[in-house]
Design a protein around this ligand. Structure first.
Ligand SMILES: NC(=O)c1ccc[n+]([C@@H]2O[C@H](COP(=O)([O-])OP(=O)(O)OC[C@H]3O[C@@H](n4cnc5c(N)ncnc54)[C@H](OP(=O)(O)O)[C@@H]3O)[C@@H](O)[C@H]2O)c1
Length: 231
């Protein structure tokens, strides 16, 4: 049984990741920026006879990250998996030519800086849990190889998350911590919209498989359902 922290666990892919990992018998800590929404999600899982713990964590807020890391350190001795899932998509499809400072700033703070600061804050617990993993939930829209216009702030923030993943992977390999990017595919959630082809169960599976099927030795990779994709 691993101790696993999931950010943005109150809905969408994050909630489903918590569900699937709890079903496998792991100790899941479901975190959310809203106590009310987070505890409501924990209650949904409890009705399914799945016990997960709650942690208040706003990944766009440095003070919240520090406080949550401290709180978690009082609850567990070691963290085996951190899943940086929380993200925002403020402007659906928007062109780089119309991207506002607010969109660029907000996506960068939540989607890129949050996962980096949280990984830093949890380093003592991740080191104690080694071999441990950090899984950054990114998107194909963050691939430089495929980058076209559209999804401006979001795409840039996910490309930067991919870059941060590679730096973290390099820095943390000597500590026995693997760091990979997982892309869930286009999934029917509030973010993905109703036209998305994949149900949330499948999107979450594409992340959970990095916990269940990917060896600890594999690090610094950009992984999708069918395997590795170009950065
Ligand atoms: N859906 C897709 O098609 C798709 C495709 C590629 C990648 N992804 C990635 O998959 C992940 C999950 O996406 P989703 O589709 O499940 O999105 P979603 O339904 O919009 O859920 C996003 C989650 O992130 C949380 N969140 C946002 N900002 C946060 C913050 N500052 N602190 C803590 N939590 C925060 C939200 O909490 P609130 O409820 O409080 O807002 C919510 O729980 C994201 O990283 C996304 O970029 C999704």
């Amino acid at each position: 049984m691993s101790n696993i922290l999931v950010t943005g666990g109150n809905k969408g892919i994050g909630l489903e990741i918590c569900r699937q990992l709890a079903r496998l018998g792991h100790h899941v800590i479901l975190s959310a920026r809203s106590e009310e929404r987070g505890r409501a999600a924990v209650a949904i899982l409890a009705r399914e006879k799945l016990k997960v713990d709650f942690l208040l964590l706003d990944t766009a807020d440095e003070a919240s990250i520090r406080l949550a890391a401290k709180e978690l350190g009082q609850r567990i001795q070691a963290l085996h998996v951190l899943i940086n899932n929380a993200a925002i998509l403020p402007t659906w499809g928007g062109s780089i030519l119309e991207a506002t400072a607010a969109e660029l700033h907000d996506t960068f703070v939540t989607n890129t800086i949050g996962p980096v600061l949280l990984t830093q804050a949890l380093l003592p617990l991740l080191k104690a849990g080694k071999p441990s993993r950090v899984i950054n939930v990114s998107s194909r829209l963050g691939s430089l190889h495929e980058m076209t216009d559209g999804w401006a702030g979001y795409g840039i923030s996910k490309a930067a998350l991919n870059a941060a993943t590679r730096k973290l992977a390099d820095a943390l390999q000597p500590h026995g911590i693997s760091v990979n990017v997982a892309s869930p595919g286009w999934v029917r959630t509030d973010m993905g919209g109703e036209s998305a082809p994949l149900p949330v169960e499948k999107g979450a599976q594409n992340i959970v498989r990095l916990v269940t099927d990917v060896p600890h030795s594999l690090t610094n990779r950009y992984l999708e359902e069918k395997g590795e994709i170009p950065w």
